[in-house]
Design a binder for this molecule. Sequence first.
Ligand code: BGC
Length: 372
Amino acid sequence: MRKLVVRGVAAGAIALLALTGCSSRNSNDSGSDSGSGSGDAAKGGFAADSLIGVSLPTKTSENWVLAGDLFTNGLKEAGFKSDVQYATGGVSEQQSQISAMVTKGAKVIVIGAIDAAQLATQVEAAKQAGATVIAYDRLLKNTNAVDYYVAYDNFKVGQLQGEALLKGMKAKKPTGPYTIELFAGSPDDNNSGVFFNGAMDVLKPEIDKGNVVVGSGQTDVKQVSTQSWKAENAQQRMDSLMTSTYSSGAKTLDGVLSPNDTLARAIITSVKGAGKPVPVVTGQDSEVESVKSIMAGEQYSTINKDTRNLVKQTIQMVKDLQAGKKAEVNDEKSYNNGVKVVPSYLLPPVIVTKENAAQSYANDPKLAPLTK
Ligand code: BGC
């Protein structure tokens, strides 16, 4: 893949990429490929009933709620003791939860970070204490102390969202130009930049050709990001856009790039509230309400990143480490955290529209009935 040297904080990188359209899985890619080894992650194993810490962020989408239960049950089933915590109170709560896991002697600490750049001190202490650190779903930035990354390929998620947006608009209106708006996730979550860069990898060439126009002209991350992944923040921004750009009827909104389902539904609520037709809106996470919306013909797409498989893969890594092996990885080049390329196990995300929903959720007892 193309590499772009971008220095600075994630937010700046998103802004720059929005302008250049260059692709990067790393929202502050240092351009360096050094340090791809997994260090001393495998240290001859540890006791089979050891404590495993799992530090999860705020419950900003259904996948996080599900992950907590799956980790608690899955680790127990595998014979480990577990300490599964949500940092509902924010970054400082997550920092103290991780420190407590280190103090309690956790052998592996699995972390879904609220803020990718604010946990270096805690994960470095974890390493010092001999624990292995696994970044879960969200990469940990600017630290050597992260041993592994396990996630769905989030850059691919963004690309799939960009492709779905174009396809959905074309299906409704065979020729362009198409008018769209862009939304990104929370600036502190490293994934937000990765999703956005992936989507822009697909959309930017179309914007450059004039086939796609961002109606409001808002492509800067400060304008398009959604603080804390909160639905009300996306809804407020969409409300303002409806007033500032679409109220006169001179422009018709054809599509909205939404990074996840929670925000997609907020965006749709706003457009409907303004009395305008629902545009093609993308999403992610396969949330129950969004799958219903897709089946009802409102939200256009979501992404299937089955949490069951991600947790299962993570627990497999823990088992390998317990047995004194290195955890299995399948990618040692894509996810640079600013100081090292983190050895990763990446699962493939799947785009879901009304067309393939039944097939995609066939083995999901919660979602399959919704597609009948
Ligand atoms: C996850 C998404 C989720 C978002 C908000 C991201 O880091 O990858 O699946 O929608 O956080 O919770």
